[in-house]
Ligand binder design. Structure first.
Ligand code: FAD
Length: 395
């Protein structure tokens, strides 16, 4: 069903906001992004995009450029080791479309944003940097915004894609603070030895250390560990602290832990979650991405969920001529898959954190016998939930 072109303002130029801008301009709407950062600069290190996220990138027309900028892991192979470097098992993530969509892509976040920005430029998306929303009101005619730089704007639809601490969410009157999950993630970027082409997961005592190729010559590492709430670490200390946190890891982790220094782009993130019940909209204001459903990172799916939000939102607006109906259907279609990812990811993190250190050998044995089954079960269930979402969209 066709509808008249909408004037759309998106708050936040992260993965969700940029993806939505691309998807919505592609179906004829006019989009402006308000991004609070004064420069188009995104915290770096790497990110995984699994085949479901790559499929959404393909639907946005950016998958090939992403693949060229990143590193697709051959056969989607994930090799597990214990923290001393002894192999445990391998598992394989599913590719899609008879292998035309790779199973896992590692890519630098800055590269994702370079590709998305180039696509937005071609689509005529207006990006206002150093800009945000200070107040909003809505009536039958539209949403009326007071911007932080003093300007006033009106639009037909306002999309809050401003992440975990969404200001849009607060301005909608939703009183929801993100939940600290008890985990910190430490990441770093290194030269990639040419022979390191798989995703590596090292299973420590209630800690994980991963290694993932992200380009022809770079890889990133990521370590997860319990950290107390509200802890501030001076960025100047991050390389040393990361080294200390994962000091018991040897094997494949050792060379990268040893070379942690100011050049290694070490980044610390305290992980927060956002669990927002439906509806994700109020009138003409909608939340997408982390602003609505931020997940712990254990399944590497938050970015994929943000991109899929964009694709499904464009579909909902195309299928439903009334805005209220489209936004309602969007939320109903996306809630199931996003909640599933959040629940599985949270359970994986909590199981890891509550490990009995005396039982690492039995944990490893169980992992060896169930790793592939768990991967297959997760992706089969996610696909089934996406099928259910399709049915909701076409009702
Ligand atoms: C440690 C860690 C590792 C992760 N690893 C992966 C992974 O491997 N794979 C994966 O798919 N996902 C991963 N994720 C999840 C993924 O990063 C997020 O789900 C994804 O970035 C969400 O995108 P977003 O655009 O919704 O939010 P964000 O990325 O947070 O973007 C929000 C944007 O809004 C801007 N903004 C914020 N407030 C305002 C405001 N008031 N006004 C204007 N602009 C504003 C910000 O500057 C930013 O540009 C990980 C998350 C963490 C914490």
């Amino acid at each position: 069903m066709s509808r008249q072109a909408l004037d759309i303002v998106i708050v936040g130029g992260g993965i969700a906001g940029c993806s939505a801008a691309i998807a919505l301009t592609a179906i004829g709407h006019k989009v402006r992004i308000l991004e609070k950062q004064a420069a188009w600069r995104f915290q770096s290190s790497g990110i995984f995009v699994y085949s479901n996220g790559l499929r959404s990138m393909q639907q946005l027309g950016v998958m090939e450029d992403m693949i060229a900028a990143g590193f697709a892991v051959p056969d989607g192979r994930n090799s597990y080791f214990d923290h001393h470097g002894a192999p445990i098992t391998d598992s394989f993530y599913p590719s899609a479309d008879d292998g035309k969509i790779p199973a896992i892509l590692g890519i630098k976040r800055a590269e994702i944003h370079r590709v998305l920005a180039a696509r937005m430029q071609r689509s005529g998306v207006q990006i206002d940097l150093d800009s945000s929303v200070a107040a909003l009101e809505q009536d039958e005619e539209g949403v009326h915004l007071q911007l932080t730089d003093g300007r006033q704007l009106s639009c037909d639809l306002l999309i809050g894609a401003d992440g975990v601490r969404s200001v849009t969410r607060a301005l909608m009157g939703l009183d929801l603070a993100p939940r600290y999950t008890g985990f910190g993630v430490w990441r770093s970027v290194h030269q990639r030895p040419s022979e390191l082409t798989v995703k590596i997961m090292m299973m420590g005592p209630a800690k994980r250390f991963g290694i993932m190729p992200i380009s022809a010559d770079r890889l990133y590492t990521f370590g997860t560990v319990a950290e107390p709430e509200g802890r501030f670490f001076d960025p100047a200390d991050w390389p040393r602290l990361m080294q200390e946190r994962f000091a018991e890891f040897s094997g494949p982790a050792a060379p990268f832990l040893q070379e942690l220094d100011a050049e290694a782009e070490v980044l610390y993130t305290a992980v927060e979650e956002v669990v927002l019940p439906l509806p994700w909209h109020r009138g003409r204001v909608l939340l997408i991405g982390d602003a609505a459903h931020a997940s712990t990172p254990f399944m590497g799916q938050g970015g994929a969920m943000a991109i899929q939000d964009a694709v499904i939102l464009a579909r909902a607006l195309t299928c439903h001529s009334d805005l209220e109906g489209a936004l309602k259907v969007f939320g109903e279609a996306r809630f199931g898959p996003c909640q599933f990812v959040q629940d599985v990811s949270r359970a994986v993190g909590e199981a890891g954190a509550s490990e009995d250190i005396a039982n690492l050998a039995s944990r490893n044995a169980e992992l060896a016998s169930t790793a592939q089954e768990k991967v297959d079960g997760f992706y089969t269930r996610l696909a089934a939930l996406n099928d259910e979402a399709e049915a909701i969209l076409s009702q």
